[in-house]
Design a protein around this ligand. Structure first.
Ligand code: ZN
Length: 284
């Protein structure tokens, strides 16, 4: 399948955490980007919080084939500042759907955004959410679940969407079933635990010891999970996830850092010390 995920029209503006050099966390620096008006069909969202993921330190170390500069972070939540699309108005509180797609192809029209030939990940195949203002396609934002704090709203999209698709669409997990979650601590694993508990299933979690993790790897679950996890999820799955959030499903926030301390946030993720999501707080 042709894969052309570039040029999604995402613009990260204002103060932003920019990956500039493949030297680890010090290579991600705060830069000021010019602010412009949103183009037709897009919205300008003032980001209140963004969250980083394992990919961001990898990216900062140069492990991904992504040419800097790149504004990091797949997840963000904030307030519409200006809308160039009738679907949204200034003041609307939104979360960003982290799956990039063109919304136009046969797959997107069939609701299969993850199969889009231009599928990508926000903050990887486009600039990301670690910025004061993001311009993004109006179809890529969804109403923020009312009960979530800004930090929680920024903490869940990518990992919960990935785990939601894995457990519901793919595994069709039910309340009377048991799910084994490997490597608790990482974002997707914590999301899987929360979602499985929300569904009412029994959850088994492997220890953090290397030996047991290696044994679990032999069982083949990780390979499976990794394969499924790489696809994130469709807009319809994101909507179902948002409904579950309205019913009480919650992400786990490990820690919150101001945007200016992005290097410390990346270092925490780099050291794999976290349980849940590492969030950047972005004041306006
Ligand atoms: Zn498409």
């Amino acid at each position: 399948m042709a894969h052309q995920p570039l040029e999604h029209g995402v613009l990260s503006q204002g103060r932003a955490a920019v990956y500039e050099e493949p030297i680890g966390p010090p290579g991600v620096r705060i830069r000021e980007r010019p602010r412009t008006k949103p183009s037709p069909g897009s919205v300008a969202v003032a980001i209140r919080a963004a969250s980083i993921k394992h990919l961001d330190p990898w990216l900062a170390h140069g492990a991904c084939r992504i040419a800097p500069p790149r504004v990091i972070a797949a997840d963000g939540a904030g307030i519409v500042q200006e809308s160039a699309d009738p679907a949204w108005k200034a003041g609307d509180e939104v979360v960003i759907f982290p799956t990039l797609c063109d919304w136009e192809c046969e797959w997107c029209r069939a609701g299969e955004n993850v199969r889009c030939p231009r599928f990508g990940v926000l903050g990887e195949h486009s600039d990301g959410a670690a910025c004061e203002l993001i311009h993004i396609d109006a179809r890529d934002v969804f109403r923020k679940p009312a009960g979530l704090t800004w930090e929680e709203a920024a903490a869940f999209p990518l990992t919960f969407l990935t785990a939601w698709r894995m457990l519901t669409t793919r595994a069709r997990l039910r309340a009377d079933e048991t799910v084994l979650v490997i490597g608790a601590g990482a974002g997707v694993a914590v999301a899987a635990i929360q979602i499985a508990k929300h569904i009412g299933a029994r959850v088994l979690v492997t220890s953090r010891s290397e030996a047991k993790r290696a044994r679990a790897l032999e069982l083949g679950f990780f390979r499976h999970a990794s394969l499924l996890g790489s696809t994130m999820g469709n807009a319809s799955e994101f909507e179902a996830l948002l409904k579950a959030m309205e019913r009480g499903l919650r992400p786990v926030v490990d820690s919150v850092y101001p945007l200016d301390d992005v290097q410390a946030a990346l270092t925490r993720l780099d050291a794999a010390e976290q349980f849940g999501k590492v969030v950047l707080s972005i004041s306006t």
